[in-house]
Design a binder for this molecule. Sequence first.
Ligand code: FAD
Length: 276
Amino acid sequence: MTALSFEFYPPKTDDQRAQLDRAATRLKAYAPDYVSCTFGAGGSTLSYTSETVRHLNQHHGLPAAPHLSCVGGTREEIRELLKLYRAIGVKRIVALRGDLPSGMGYPGDLRYAADLIAFIRAEHGDAFRIEAAAYPETHPQASDALSDLRHFKAKIDAGADAAITQYFYNPDAYFHFVDAVRRLGVEVPIIPGIMPISNFSQLRRFSEQCGAEIPRWIAKRMQAYADDADAVRAFGADVVAALCERLVAGGAPALHFYTLNLARPTRAVLQRLGHG
Ligand code: FAD
């Protein structure tokens, strides 16, 4: 069976907490290697990630990895958070640059994810396994695709153990990316990030923000289904399961699911892949 990981976001209300608990309970049945919890930039949102990581670990018994981004933070703030994670038994961190809301505010002491990864290694040696982000379709702010590949390699050279990709629906983007970084000497596992499709208008919004391409044939079919939620879900699960099959057949070492704290869309894909 392919190794799995599931990504959640930190809930902020009681309803959202209950939703996360339902999703974590259902997805735990697939015995993920680990789950991860995203990180929002700045202020009071900081503690939500650590609280959620603790909850997933203690209440659900799931090994949980916090995402940690460096934009907007000082070295001292990041140092404190790393100390906390070490103290509560965190073994893995997804290390990112993050995005400043509308380009405002203090950019942070550390500028790029590679700087954060080097900082974690300098402060904590090999205490954490570090995952970096990868962009098979090129990061939207990159000046060009080749410099983006070099910047990706810099994160691995700084000490990342593996990478998780931004989601994509064209498997060739992943295979080309893996080939390109292997040619640069990168040997670490590159794990595809998988976004199940359940709400197409939300997906379109996300994709515009993060620069992920939705192939025309998928968009056209989704538009035709319009308000038929069952048809959207079934088609979305078929498309994403077929994508996963091609990725695994082509050598993808694991699959990382962006769950958006919902079990159903991820389960629909996993069932089609024969995972119970
Ligand atoms: P970097 O690797 O630092 O790259 C950012 C950009 O800078 C790229 O265009 C790169 O080419 C360029 N660059 C890098 N180094 C240099 C250099 N030396 N000189 C010039 N240009 C350079 N965001 C959150 O806020 N919270 C999350 O929890 C979160 N989780 C994520 C999980 C995954 C798996 C992924 C793929 C993304 C996630 N993101 C999250 C989004 C991420 O923070 C954004 O995509 C962000 O814009 C880039 O982060 P990065 O770590 O890839 O940055």
